[in-house]
Ligand binder design. Sequence first.
Ligand code: SF4
Length: 347
Amino acid sequence: MIVYQLKKYFLRILGFIIKKLDYPLYLAKKNTSNKWKKKYGGEFRIGMDDPVLSILFDITSRCNYNCEYCSSSQVRNKKRHILRCRDAFQYYSVEKWVEAFRLVEFEYTLTISGGELFVLGENFHNFLKGVAALDNVKLITICTNGALITKMEQLDEKVREKTTLMVSYHPTQISKESYVEAIDDVCCRGWHIGMFVYVMEANQVDQYEDAKKMLTDRYAVGLLANPDVKNNCKQQKLKACGKYISRKDLFQKVGSTTFGKFCFFPAIAYELSATGIAYRGCTGKGKTNFIHNSKSLYPLKRPVPCPLPVCYCLNKYAFLEDFSERGRELDLVGEYAKKEKNIVNEM
Ligand code: SF4
């Protein structure tokens, strides 16, 4: 356990130094890998003149849950004396946000995460309607815990057609019965669920198989075992969840280093905060005021050597040179679910 903690702190410090030194640009000049060339094309049109961008919008840190293991958790922040309850609509109006998204000059997919988006109520509803109507938005992925969607009035078909949900299941926060009730309602309202994500504490690993059977039988949608929660039981969870994710994914989830490997995520992606500041994915570079200057977002034709020591997020590392078969479809969640749904490894 001590070794694991030391490794974690070492990687954090290393990541900080790497960012400061701008080492990726140095490595870019020494581009000798051929593996990344396999990633050209696909629905993101990677490496072409008009690639599809990916914008990841962290819209709020507010949430209806209080999970101990979550970095947005109000319980956790209270303990650390951090006041971090803010959302995008405290900074700019819905109209300003939608207008900024309209002005992006490339086509893009939009992934919206939090906190929990549906705590934003009417504002989020109007925002979603506004961006779904834009021609340059190809697909919207919403990361939600699903519990509050039922409070939203029916959204029109155009929104639902363009949207896929990644719905997390936190057994520490909601009973099985209430979760099923909420998801039944979500389905009745015509939303498309791309994938469920089982986010658990260490003592809930054993319930994963039951949860998977329940959700797969009822909704025919896969349940990803999510071991990348941030607490000390990670290794224990990996042991259990490793059975259900591919070896390559497990390799990422245990914190194998990605530093210096070629990746198209920073080349096509921007990470956008609730305050309206956008950065080129993972690099912390290219700071842009999205509200006033969203026109200036642009893709790179070549991949960027990964500037970070580790990468846990499957929607991001799908663009890494090692994953030549992933990052091909705009619906990254659907792509993952299709490819990985039947995995059961020997442990
Ligand atoms: S997406 Fe992951 S692998 Fe790619 S550059 Fe970012 S941290 Fe590295």
